[in-house]
Design a protein around this ligand. Structure first.
Ligand code: DQQ
Length: 554
């Protein structure tokens, strides 16, 4: 049975978790996780008076989705996290059946507000507001839900079971706040717009901010400006020339997220995606892998916009129950507009570098077709690897077939073991010594009629010798002028059961969850490989063992 979006296992929802975690080998070392239980969407991330807050969907009673509250952690650097008591939990009729996703807005007078979806006694999705009880508590531990909640109800023909996940609010010239709420009408996904003068009374606008047919329910919409030129973030309420807008939706049908770039006309409150920007499954994605229900926030401290996303397990529910936990948040990423204006770029926040430990280095090393080079000297099961490849020649690039429109499918057809012309070359992460286990991260370059096409893949088909695991291949195009540049970079964050990769300085990103059984701990190896006919050269490679930060008291 599916309730809202998540599969509900009534018999497991409250399964008490053994006090000793059954199986530790897949817990991540530096990714955001609580010590136990189920987590999903990041909620209401914000920076307030020098402290980063992350709330997230959490089941306090078990390792499957259910009993949802807003768990709460705080950090000074986005890497070391202190756990607090849940900030928002079912306690009033307007959220008695669950406290679902939402966002934070810092109101004038430096006053944070949270908007979230509550599930009421009729199982309707309603929108509520909550405020910190005591603004002088640096951690904002307690949150108060005024009795005038809910502030928005699914009236006037709205579908009460498809009406959720309010965004951060932005302020208009007319002195009114705006938010959008994810919804659908039949198969049309919608970002329904509301306006309010006082954050209490909200009026639905005549038209949604945007909608698109055939896309189904829009979960966790996110709408924000990005600067044209430069990497600085922009506050959600800023407006003016030199800005473009991003609208991201998490599509319940595909369980992937897509974003468009476009313009926002604040006089009529309409968002119009750029011509080439698609709302649907041929559109752009932050991450072409296991990454969902993401949310950004503007960090006033460092003037940047930061993206959090949830990476679900890809093992079985039974595995999750025996592990006693499920779900992680990906490493927070800075996001900004590519100078070509065609896409966003993403990069792990610079603070991650503070937990880099022992390093290995390689320079000017040729990797011939069919060769492997082992990266040894560090514990690679918990590492950060940056490598740049130089392509000696593109002469032997395989011809590109224009009917190949789905990069994920192409990666599945042409996995790491399928020899090519230029590539596959890249990394074999979480590999066993003899490589019967490996999670491959690689590029492959094709020759089209008038240009070259670059493909990036995650191939976890051999990630574990354990039978029965779900091991999807992921893929995305990389929008680079590969012939002109002659090189391409790759960064992979490897952390026991997760590999998060950033291709071409953050143009194409993908995340996989994997569960090796031989390549575990010290037995995990890392290789550079080339399975193409053309040689490639590692111009530079740096790999660091990663230290374990403070992670929610674990
Ligand atoms: N998860 C929440 C919903 C949201 C979904 C419930 C997305 O608010 O639509 O846990 O993963």
């Amino acid at each position: 049975m599916v309730d809202g979006t998540h599969v509900v296992y009534h018999e497991l929802m409250s399964t008490s978790v053994p006090s000793i975690v059954v199986d530790n080998q897949y817990r991540t070392g530096y990714h955001f996780q609580p010590p136990k239980n189920w987590i999903n969407d990041p909620n209401g991330p914000m920076y307030y008076n020098g402290v980063y807050h992350l709330f997230y969907q959490y089941n306090p009673k078990g390792a499957v989705w259910g009993n949802i509250v807003w768990a709460h952690s705080v950090s000074k650097d986005l890497i070391n996290w202190i756990p607090l008591e849940p900030a928002i939990y079912p306690s009033k009729p307007f959220d008695i059946n669950g406290c679902w996703s939402g966002s934070a807005t810092i109101l004038p007078g430096n006053k944070p507000a949270i908007l979230y979806t509550g599930i009421d006694p009729q199982n309707r999705q309603v929108q509520n507001v909550a405020y910190p009880k005591n603004l002088s508590d640096p951690y904002l531990r307690e949150w108060v839900k005024p009795d005038y909640n809910p502030i928005i109800e699914p009236t006037n023909g709205l579908n009460a079971s498809s009406f959720r996940d309010p965004t951060t609010a932005w302020y208009g010239l007319d002195g009114r706040w705006r938010i959008v709420i994810g919804s659908k009408r039949k198969h049309r996904g919608m970002a329904i717009l509301y306006r309010s003068k006082d954050f209490v009374h909200w009026v639905r606008a005549k038209h949604p901010l945007h909608s698109a047919n055939g896309t189904g329910m829009w979960e966790c919409p996110d709408f924000y400006p990005v600067a044209m030129g430069g990497e600085l973030g922009v506050d959600t309420s800023e407006y003016g020339s030199g800005l473009k807008y991003v609208l991201k939706n998490s599509l319940d049908i595909t369980r992937y997220e897509y974003y468009t770039l476009g313009t926002y006309n604040r006089n009529v409150d309409k968002y119009i995606p750029d011509g080439a920007s698609a709302d649907n499954r041929s559109g752009l994605r932050y991450d072409y892998g296991n990454f969902y229900a993401s949310k950004t926030f503007y960090d006033q401290g460092k003037k940047r916009r930061i993206l959090w996303g949830w990476s679900n397990e890809s093992d079985s529910t039974r595995d999750d129950v025996s592990k006693g936990w499920a779900g992680i948040q990906t490493i927070p990423r800075k996001v900004w507009l590519d100078s070509n204006g065609r896409q966003l770029l993403q990069w792990p926040v610079e603070e991650l570098e503070s937990i880099r430990g022992k390093q290995v280095y390689m320079m000017n090393k040729k990797v011939k077709g069919g060769d492997f080079v082992e990266v040894s000297g560090i514990m690679t099961a918990q590492s950060d690897v940056e490598v740049t490849f130089e392509l000696s020649s593109l002469a032997k690039a395989e011809p590109f077939d224009p009917t190949w429109t789905d990069p994920q499918k192409l990666c599945a057809q042409k996995g790491a073991d399928v020899k090519g012309g230029v590539g596959p070359f890249g990394l074999l992460t979480l590999a066993s010594a003899r490589r019967e286990e490996q999670t491959a991260v690689f590029f492959r370059i094709f020759k089209a009629s008038d240009n070259y096409v670059t493909l990036m893949c995650h191939d976890p088909s051999r990630s574990s010798v354990r039978p029965g695991l779900y091991k999807p291949t992921y893929g995305g195009w990389v929008d680079v002028e590969i012939k002109k540049k002659g090189k391409i970079s790759l960064r992979s964050l490897i952390d026991h059961s997760v590999v998060e990769s950033f291709g071409a300085e953050g143009k194409t990103c993908m995340t996989s969850r994997v569960y090796p059984s031989i390549a575990v701990g010290d037995a995990a190896h890392l290789f550079v490989f080339n399975n193409g006919a053309e040689d490639v050269k590692i111009t530079e490679m740096k790999a660091w063992e990663m230290k374990k930060p403070l992670m929610n008291g674990d």
